[in-house]
Design a protein around this ligand. Sequence first.
Ligand code: 2PG
Ligand code: MN
Ligand code: MN
Length: 553
Amino acid sequence: MKWEKLLKDGLTGPLTLVIMDGIGFSERREGNAVADAHTPHLDWLLAHCPHGLLKAHGTAVGLPSDKDMGNSEVGHNAMGAGRIYAQGARLVNEAIETGRLFQGKTWRHLMDYCRENNGTLHFIGLFSDGNVHSHLDHLRAMLERAALVEKIPRGRIHILLDGRDVGETSALEYVDPFEAYLQDLNSRAGVDYRIASGGGRMAVTMDRYEADWSMVARGWETHVAGRGRTFRSAREAIETYRREIPGIIDQDLPPFVIADDQGPVGPIRDGDSVIFFNFRGDRAIEISRAFEEENFDKFQRDPYPKVAYAGMMEYDGDLHIPRSYLVEPPHIEKTVSELLCAQGIRQLAISETQKFGHVTYFWNGNRSGKFDPELEEYVEVPSDQVPFEERPWMKAAEITDRVVEEIRGGRFDFMRLNFANGDMVGHTGIYQAAHIAVEAVDLCLGRIMRAVREAGGMLLVTADHGNAEEMYELDKKTGEVKRHADGTPKAKTSHSLNPVWFLVYEPSGKLQVRFDPEVPDPGLTNIAATCMQILGVKPPDFYDPPLLLFAAS
Ligand SMILES: O=C(O)[C@@H](CO)OP(=O)(O)O
Ligand SMILES: [Mn+2]
Ligand SMILES: [Mn+2]
């Protein structure tokens, strides 16, 4: 029993932290699947328990500006690290602005390799300015450098269409200006740079947590082999697929290969250099492994060209994936799990596949290993392999089964879990499904509340960023809901800028919990110290302060 502090305060059960992925708070009712859903448990907590709102986007989570929405990586990093770290988006900006990116040995090697082999320079990555996984400004800065300064004669760009961090059918708003930009660059620099292949980010290449390797295999066929349905241009591919598959949104667009009279314009061959320009790791690890691992058994790589490969960042600091990268990632040290392990606190982390790495790898500062296998258990419930609007309940019930069992069993002092529903279903843009997703989470919350009450433990409920509470596009200037010509609202598939709840359920009432009004600008980074405080471990001074006060302490 490690809950000495909890016991002293009169608690007899563990501390449980529920992260409702993508369930933020907004006062707006229209398009708000959280406010609209039947959520008696959330409502009860809001009516009877101490609660407050936390900042979960922008500079509060280490992003370049407050115009940047939150996301799972930065949200879980912030929760687990207890303080703000400058995140990938910001670090890449700085590396480009100072020119450091182009002076490093990785960039030099990529340039030399394709120059010496008379090879082509390839870029693969998420093609938008969403700033969650990538930013087009980074791509353009590298293209410019390669063309004008390095004078690499041939460049090929493999574009993963977004529609998940930006408007759901916005692909052409990126493709058209980019084609014009390439044309201008080609004539200014006397080079031949072209879009070579692509596809929706949920159809090819950007799988995560090994949920579906076939996505990466399809990406390999498309970008590397140059095999697949061919089109004259990316625009033609997008327009054709939209016509053929009514209602399709960008993230799901099938793969396409660009070909001219000579055939595919940009398969990847021996002697080429390849840059995967996403800075975020989860969806970049599998394709990086496919390029780098000699012995690779996830799919047949045909062909497997000999190339110089680099990622924008190191995506996994434990496993060192990829071996070469352009920008140092944030070095997140002394995360809360590590500090709690040092005090012998037994911890469970659990989610389903889609968010498993979020409560482990992201929470632990982008590390895939455990700090102390004796004290920690990580549980992954396999996710369904279906479009999530078809099963909006996802694996919430299975996660809850295990959590309830562990609350009763008393094997852990601290448990953290992530419910994927609000986010994964929110990203589909399908309102009815998001509504059901939120209700599924609330139903499970009720079960966890009961278990916590019976065990005499304590429960914290929060989220990593918003999504399901804002399911319609809003006009940036007027704040009004955007509409199609027929008057129906335009679906929004991305995260939001909204804050998230922090709810405290201490059913015994013995702790007399209240929020500390002195805490300035409460945000996700305050959660780590709050958990430590409840568990009786003094948070370090470099953590942002705990949120709560206890009359009993
Ligand atoms: O699906 C993802 O990769 C992102 C959105 O780009 O969502 P989250 O940050 O919630 O994982
Ligand atoms: Mn998330
Ligand atoms: Mn998301």
